[in-house]
Design a protein around this ligand. Structure first.
Ligand SMILES: C[S@@+](CC[C@H](N)C(=O)[O-])C[C@H]1O[C@@H](n2cnc3c(N)ncnc32)[C@H](O)[C@@H]1O
Length: 430
């Protein structure tokens, strides 16, 4: 087994080798490497001992990076970013087949027998994964768990999330170029990479109507199961807690008996969180018929909440509400559709009515630490791949209202300490 490495041991290796490389550059009047100005270091032209120092520097910084990430983040990265075949590892349940608590693991030959896969293909797949700390090879011919693969095997929720990232989102992202080649404007959900890919897999012709990603999920239980698990896990994160919705907006200032309509409100969880705190308000939850049909009846029996099957792409039937709320809805829709959704409200709005969007707001480039921003930008690509939608930057929200109707007055964007979602609000001038 390799000697365990530590933060400070790795930092010392990095420091020593960085000093060797920097000293060489200084002594030879070479420019300081930069990734911005095109003066990147071409290590291949350096003397062998300096190249060796640079390689140690890279290996130690990679290892330090992995050590800080820990097994969960390693798996999240592995599922979409590694030069390895995460899909086969998921597809053939390889983490689940390696004994959980054995340092010796299992032989490649036994694993080949269990899965029915050729041993050499298995070795290729697993050894590529080992380069990313997923599995390890304790001795020649045997594969065992690393911390990351052990976590994958032991946590069935995580297994679903990884499945979604690998077989659904990750695959769709790789098809963005093919979808854009056919539909460069990327402004229809049924022209997204997911839709184009699945239509091609089903042998549909170019001219045939394609299913949207939501429709594909509806008819494929394995995919929708993974997506539901991932959504449930996301919903449990503190950053998207419904208390930010209830506490972060001035619901108390609304007059008694004001009506709040929650569009795309699912089973009413959001309005329940508000209604429990603000009993002077009334609520209506609107969603697609299949969602409303399965909403718990008990909510309307105990709280002033009614449910209505209604698509927000059609004209709004509920007039004169004080607030029309869209929580976590707009990021699933292309701009063109968001404008249409806002337009459908217009005939129902009375002067002073509010449209309140609670959604993610993409920071500007460099606005948050790069490790976080990479994740956010990747999720933005996933929204593009699945729906031709996006996580919008602040300025894009104002433009949606302006495009929908000039009688919307944009009131601005408010972030709430701790919340991943912001409030974006407009008022109807009438
Ligand atoms: C990402 S979920 C957000 C649910 C909820 N607002 C929340 O904050 O958790 C999007 C919701 O929009 C609903 N939806 C999708 N298309 C819709 C449509 N055309 N009309 C109304 N609701 C729709 C979905 O059924 C789902 O409940």
């Amino acid at each position: 087994m390799a000697t365990p490495t530590t933060f400070d041991g790795l930092a010392a290796t990095i420091s020593k080798n960085a000093a060797i490389a920097a000293e060489y550059l200084r002594q030879n009047n070479l420019p300081t490497p930069s990734l911005l100005r095109g003066e990147a270091l071409d290590t291949s032209s350096l003397p062998a001992e300096i190249q060796a120092a640079c390689l140690s520097l890279q290996s130690a910084s990679l290892e330090l990076h992995e050590l800080i990430q820990g097994p969960r983040a390693i798996l999240m990265n592995f599922s979409t970013n590694a030069k390895a075949d995460a899909a086969s590892i998921f597809q053939f349940a390889l983490p689940q087949r390696v004994p959980l608590d054995s340092a010796e693991g299992i032989t490649y030959a036994e694993l080949a027998q269990q899965t029915g896969l050729g041993q050499s293909a298995l070795e290729t797949i697993l050894r590529a994964a080992i380069m990313y700390r997923v599995f390890c090879e304790p001795s020649q011919g045997r594969v065992a768990h690393s911390a990351a693969s052990r976590l994958w095997a032991a946590d069935s929720v995580l297994n679903d999330v990884l499945g979604l990232k690998i077989l659904d989102n990750g695959l769709h992202v790789q098809f963005i170029a093919q979808a854009l080649e056919r539909h460069p404007q990327a402004d229809e959900p049924a022209n997204s990479a997911a839709s184009v890919l699945h239509a091609a897999l089903e042998g549909k012709g170019e001219k045939e109507q394609r299913a949207t990603w939501f429709e594909i999920l509806e008819r494929e239980p394995a995919r929708s199961g993974r997506a539901r698990t991932a959504m449930n896990m996301m919903d449990k994160r503190d950053g998207v807690s419904l208390r930010y919705l209830a506490d972060g907006y001035d619901w108390a200032s609304l007059p008694k008996d004001s009506l709040v309509v929650d569009l795309g409100g699912g089973h009413g969880d959001a309005v329940v969180a508000i209604a429990n705190r603000f009993p002077h308000l009334k609520f209506q939850v609107q969603d697609l018929p299949q969602t409303i049909a399965t909403a718990p009846e008990s909510i309307s029996q105990t709280l002033p909440v009614e449910f209505l099957a209604h698509s927000f792409l059609d004209p709004q039937p509920t007039k004169d509400a004080q607030v029309y709320l869209f929580r976590w809805v707009f990021h699933n829709w292309p701009d063109k559709y968001c404008v249409r959704i806002l337009k459908t409200l217009v005939p129902a709005l009375r002067k002073g009515a509010r449209v309140l969007i609670m959604d993610s707001v993409m920071p500007p480039v460099g606005g948050v630490p790069r490790m976080l921003e990479r994740e956010k930008r990747y999720m933005d690509l996933v929204m593009l791949a699945n729906f031709n939608a996006r996580d919008r930057p602040a300025e894009a929200y104002e433009s949606l209202f302006t495009q929908a109707d000039e009688r919307f007055e944009f009131l601005g964007i408010k972030s709430v300490e701790g919340s991943e979602l912001c409030f974006i609000e407009a008022s109807w001038k009438g």
